[in-house]
Structures are given as structure tokens and as C-alpha cells.
Write a protein that binds this ligand. Sequence first.
Ligand code: ASP
Length: 736
Amino acid sequence: MKRCLHILTGLLAIIMLADPCSAVGGKWTPQQLLQHDRQWLAELGLQVPPQDLWSDAEGGLLQAIVQLNGCSAGFISEQGLVITNHHCAFGLLQEHSVGERDVIRDGHLAQDPADELPGSTAVAIVPHRFTEVTAEIEASVPEGADDLARFQAIDRRKKELVATCEATPFRHCRVATYDDGLLYLLIESLEFRDVRLVYAPPRSVGEYGGDVDNWMWPRHTGDVSMLRVYADAENRPADPSAENRPYRPSQFLKIAPRGVEDGDFVMVTGYPFRTYRSLVAAEMAERAELYFPQRAQLYRRWMDIMESSVAADAAVENVLSSRLKGLANREKNSRGQVKGIERGQLLEKKRSAEGEVLAWAAERPEHRQAVAAQRGLSEAVESWRQTSWQRDFLLEQATRGPLDLQMALTLTRWAKERQKSDLERHEDFQDRRRDSLLRSLRRDQKQRHGATEGRLMEDLLQRFAALPEPQRVAAVEQRLGEDRSAPAIRRLAEGLLASSQVGDLDARLAMFEESVETLRQRHDPLLDFAFDLGQDMTISEEQEQRRLGLASRLRPLWRRTYEAYLGHPIDADANGTLRVSLGHVRRYYPRDAVFMEPLTRVAGIVEKDTGEEPFKAPDALLAAAPGAPESRWASEDLGDVPVCFMATGDTTGGSSGSPVLNARGELVGVNFDRVWENIANDFGYNPDIARNISVDMRYVLWTLEVLEHPRSQALLQELGLAGLPLGASSADRDGN
Ligand code: ASP
């Protein structure tokens, strides 16, 4: 197998430019993969023909790459088994951790189908077909439309296309927008709602290192879980039912038992959620100076509130842990973005690069429009910062804060949107979303802790009260009156929650079917507040739609010119669609004089273990660790079973759970994180520090054997891995 060893990577950037094995950024669509120069792909290390990965007519291996609960995942057996991260199945584990039974703590391995754990909100989306609809979308915009009308026309056309597409039974459709309108693709997928947990390691493996190690290297986290997708007797998506059978996917990934080594070529395949590389400098400044710092501060405070509830009563841990984990992940991410932008001087570099493109474009009549486009985008964000940014930020965050308020906002919005025709509603409240809204309203009960919601509410109201005067929101102002003191705000929070029925599951489910009038007649203080806050949100949303309309007009002009200036294709920002990123397993130099190897070992777990959470591995694992070098999953070169590996993959949030494939398209790992220095990768790829982190499949298989033997036999058999020879030599690995 082709390898690229770069002992001097990071120092010799010039050599790297000419070197096919250098780190290559880019989150490529399946179609772009086919457009890349074959020779270049082969030089990077790809051994399978690109059309085996994807063909618009026949699909390909990438059909095995699915989206699961907002994460990425991949089929790994012909019996519908998918692999993803442990943290992506955390909500499901929480659902089943009741009373004495704690599957978060203990993990779970189903012995037979009856033992698999259904996930009430788990959904697997399997890609089927991509059709470009850019011209059609553009044609829907009426002549002379202003930016709001432009947004609305595009939005409506997208919904019409989705409705037509979903008229075919069992389809899940979406019109995805790339770089605000450079490209629109209609993506047809199959949506499966019967998804059951087969395997999750104990938390002490799946979350080893916890928040301390999150976004860090070296890493020893076994962040994986396996779930099974079920279908009806005809192998079609179906509602959860005891009659369903394991889905037989058209493609599934085979595990490469011999894994990877330093320098090996890899592909990270998944659904990266959101990046900011297509932004102009002024827009990037808004993220760097306002959005990420304020998000970090807000989430830190909400974490403190939740953590103090857990400290006061340990039983609250399982109730709040999923939300706490999510907040901690985003809080650390936000700090990492700010730090990375500063350290890499990304803003300064962006301004200077942009200046060069502007000068280049100004001299070329065919690109002059791009100069105006860049100015238009910059002015729009400047004016937003000066007028309503603080208010809009807080209104957006209100939908993520106190759970009772989130639920009240869903109920009132759902009632209001149902007064309109389906195509006129906000896309999150169309009829096609009804079931998932209802499922979330039910599931959220398990994550609700009354006293904590009260304190979160108080914090949120304090923030609303502290907004600059011109940005204050009517819903809060009407209720606060003259007295803006802390006790008055506390009384308001208590008043909104104490006599509300929204926190009661049965009452809430009944409310879901009620009209605006009926909900109003309840005179529930929280519902009334949510109705009023909804009015403020409508104002803020309309302004956002104007900005999106403007961006859809201007950003494509700017991006086309940017591409022409560079003279080579660029990838669009991540948007939750299927992408492939190409890279190599590679070491890195995070700081002066510090060198980090790209693979960690089981021995490293023993070394890190303190016996205290989050560094407290299961006793059975620690006891087996000395024998790991002898196991069939050990790497000879490493002298141990590898645990995690780093590569130069171009990933972001949503890439969690992405299958990592070797040059032959075989599964070698499951992506779950990035290194700290690489968080600001969302704003630009830097080959020196762009490292994604994956669990090595050999560790997954070793822990299965060590912790679950002999119960793991059936699963290993299903994976085609029962009875492989012990150990693996480098010669075996290279011999293919
Ligand atoms: N840890 C991330 C996630 O949760 C993955 C990443 O951002 O690299 O999606």
C-alpha cells in the first residue's frame, strides 16, 4: 500500500505544495470526487476506481454512508448494522437507563434481536440520488424581487421540489444549498425510523477521558456504538414494528482487520454540518468577535447551573448528562474557534487574501460584479452588528436553553404555523415534521429537571433584561415593567414556570393537537410568554431571511470569482450533505518543539488511568491490557493494539461517526473529533495542524473481545471476523 511519511511536515510547506502526498483539504461531494484528476487521486493513494465509490446512475460504496441523528454512520453488515460514535447514540442510551438499569454506565451488547434497544427518536437517512436544480431554483425568483421576496421564492420552490420528490413513497428529500446558492442539489434519500441499539461499550470506554480529553491528542476514547436499521418485509422503510426485519443495504463496508499505519492514505466519509470558509472577512469577524466568544460564555454559565444541580443530587446526572455533554462540547469548540482564529491570525490572513482577489477582480470587467458583491456582504453584516445582533443572538439561543421554554415555543409555533398552508410554513413546522416534533416533545421529558429549568430561565431573562435599550424584546419588557432588579427577574421566571402545565408530559402531548385559540384559553403563563416571544422571533427571522436572500444573490458571484482567481476547483462549505475528505495518517507538531505520534496504544490507557472518572477504564480492560500486544488486533509496528489515530482529514461537527476508509475502501476507523489546534479549521484548512481523530477499528474489536467474550462471538461473526489469524505483519498489510 502506498504510504507517505512526512517527518518534516509543517516545516517544508513548499515541498508539500508539489507533493501529491501532502495534506489536502477539501470536503468533496461524491460528484466532485468523480471530477478530480484520476492520476492525482492515485498519487494520493486511492486504489479503487472513483466510480466504485460513487456513480450517479448506480450509486456505489458511498451509499453505505448514512446520516444518523445528525451524526454520520456507515453500514457494516448485510444485516443493516451501522457503526457510529458512542456520543451519537447517547440519547438512546439515556432512554433505556431507567432505575437500576444503567446502560450509559454499563454499555450494552444485544444477544438476540429481542435484546436490541429501540430508539424513539433515532432516524437513519440513506442516500439514494442527487439531482442538480440550480437553474430551476434561480428561475423561481421574480424579476425585481427584493432580498426578502427572493428568499421567499427560493424557499417556496425548494419546498415544492421536496413535496414532489416525497410523493414517491419512502423517500426523504431535501434541496441542499451550497455556498448560499452557488449550487442547489435535490437529494433523495430513504428514511428509516426503526433503529435499534446493538452494542455500546460502557461509558468508561466510550467516553474515556471525558471533557478533559475532548478536542485533544493523545486520545484513548472508544467512541463507538453499533445500531441496526430495520425495514418492512419488502426491505422498505417502515414505522417501528415487531414485524420489521433487518434492512439489507445495497452497500456495506468491510472492515480491514489490519488497520492503518503512519502515512497510510485514508478517506473520511460523512455529513459535516457547518463551516465558514466562504464568508468574507467582515462576516468572519462577526463569528470571531461576537458569535463564538458569546456562545462560549453563555454555555459555560448554563453548564455551571446544570453542574450545580448534579452536585446537589447525583440522581440528576442521568437526566442532565446528554444536555451537559452537548453544551460542554460546543463550549469548548467555541473557545477553540476563538483561540485558533487568533493564533493562526486567520482574520488578518483572510483580509489580505481578500484584498488580492479584489484587486485582481477590479482589473477584469467580467469579475467586477464580485467586487460589489464582497462590499454588499460586508455592509450587510456590519449593519446587523450595529442594529440587532445581541437581540437576535439571544432569541436564537432561547430555543436551546430552558427545556420548558423550548417545548412551549415548539407548541405555540406548531399551532401558529398550522394556520397556514403547508408550503407557506417554516420548514421545521411542515406536516412532514409532525412526527419528529412529537417524538422530541415526548423524549425531552427524560432530560427535564424542574429546578434546573427554573434557574436556566432566570439566567435567560436576565440576559434579555440587559439588552441595549433599542434591542429589547417586547415579550420580556411587557412582563418586567419598571422593576428590573434580580429578585424581580427571579419572580418572573418562577411565575412563568410554577403554574405552567408544559412540563407535564400528558398535558403537553394534549397541547400538541390544540389550536392557537385553545392554547390561549388555557391562560398558561409559559405558553402566553412563548406566543409573545414568538412575535419577537418572527421579526428577527424576517431580517435573517433578508440577509439570506442577499447572500444568495451575492455570495455565488464572489465565490465564482474566488475560484477563477485560484485557478482550481474549491469545495463548498459544509452543509450537512455527504462529503469525502482525502488525507493521510500523520503526526503533527502542535507547538514549538512538541511532536505528536499519530497512533495511540492500549498501554497508553493504563498509563493515563487514575482510577477516577473520566480516567477510569473497566477493570477487565486494564487486566487484559498487558496481553494486548499478543492479540490478533495488535499492530506489529506499534507493538500493541492501536486505540485512536490522527489523520489529515478535513472534518467538522457532524463528521462525528464518519467511517474512515483505507485506499481500498475498507473500514479502518470511526472519526469522532479533531485536535485542539484544528478547531478553527472551520474557517480554513491548515495542513500543518489539520488533524482529525478516529477510533481505530482494531481497538473496537479488541474491546469487544476483552469485555464481552464469549457473548461477542455472534457480532464478530456477523462482521465476518470470527476466526482471523493472530497478529498481522506489515508484509500482509502491504501485500494487497
Ligand atoms: N467532535 C465533533 C462532533 O461532535 C467532531 C468534530 O467537530 O471534529 O461532531
